[in-house]
Ligand binder design. Sequence first.
Ligand code: AHR
Length: 512
Amino acid sequence: MIKKTLTLIAALAAALTATAQVKVSVHETAKDQPVIPAEIYGQFSEHLGKCIYEGIWVGKDSSIPNVNGYRTDVLEAFKALKVPVLRWPGGCFGDEYHWMDGIGPQENRKKLVNNNWGSTVEDNSFGTHEFLNLCEMLGIEPYISGNVGSGTVEELAKWVEYMTAKEGSMAELRAKNGRKEPWKVKYLGVGNESWGCGGDMTADYYSDVYKRYALYARNYSGNRLYKVACGASDYDYNWTKVMMQNARTKMDALSLHYYTCKGWTGSKGSATQFTTEEYYNVLAKTCEIEEVLKNHFAIMDAYDPDKKVALILDEWGTWFDVEPGTNPGWLFQQNTMRDAMVAALNLNIFQKHTDRLKMANIAQIVNVLQAMVLTDGEKMVLTPTYHVFRMFNVHQNATYVPADYTTGNIVSAEGRIMDDFSACVSRDAAGKLHVSLANPYLDKPVTVELAFDSLKPKTVTGEILKADKINAYNEFGKAPAVAPAAFTGAKATGKGVKLTLPAASVIVLEIQ
Ligand code: AHR
């Protein structure tokens, strides 16, 4: 009864403050604005379920069309996405991964029981060479997640040497394995979730461990590592405080993980079957990330007012129950228009905070959690989340343009309050403005008026993502139920731009 009353109050509150019309004042003349790092559109790939095997790597002898073992359809999808950075090999897997098992002739590689993810036995056929060659081929910055939980300092030090040194015995071993020139490796994560699957450590203890491992991860042959210390999960502000207190001068960045998940015990809810109430619960939980980020930033500001240490959100996204009938350890979930909305709201939030937030890696790129791409044998679909990442990638390396607007609130049944409208503006190198907009309401369109400091827009083009049903998703072997379409509903008015965002839609405009 109490819950019902609260729900009613929540619905009433939402109705009372609903945005039906919003005026966005775009300050395109503002000077000295930050560049949105492309890395905000980062991805994460783990040896988990079908992410690497089948999802990316099928091997040269596969009947699935491939380029040197990488499946062709997925490579093409990654190219269009403009993946800026890819984290690998985990996740929890990373702290049980021993890189030496994944080099040398494929037939000699050790077989590995993946203790974290379904006890699947894998053959290590995708290792350092396969990962770094993939990155090189696609112009992706690799982000290596080093083993601190079960690996030694020497092992991590030698891995860095193997990947990046021009000379010495590690370079010779690499050359013997077919790669003479070192790769360029920028990002090095020193442990993952060291408070949990990565070693179950306290913040105090890990801060010392971090310094020890980081010290021996050297810069070779002109390669400059950017070292990322393991950070907190969600609301663990103490971890951030201790790490900043004890180790801030030894790191380039501190990480953070925030999943849009109902809880860590019991059902997390279905990815495709959900009520209206559950839809808003998920959206409000995902938007709470802004408050969580601000709280971590405030702690970092206290120790590092000049913002020398970045925050890197190297795992984020939705986490639902696995699809019925699939391996519970493989975290394979479908991806609906709700996930697309989650992606749009998050990306718009992240882009407002890039003075401290320098990278974000959605979990994960293929077949795991909020994936870009799903595969079923030789079949592949692009998910609604993929489309948002592709539509929004015009913001990568563009200059942030401040914009003011007033929103109403949506109050979820769980009592969280979120903005009921979202927008972000940037200007690319060619001077074009891009505006990404999201209307989370399931049942209300919103009319938007964009006003500019001085610009008189001449042309407006756009793309829209919406679906007939909010739980629509793209099924293998069927015509896509969620795909972007040209949006012709935005009009240049002489003074600005006017458009109506349909309910539950995401739009990106290009304005000149
Ligand atoms: O992304 C799945 C898992 O979530 C990662 O392996 C781990 O870091 C996190 O708990």
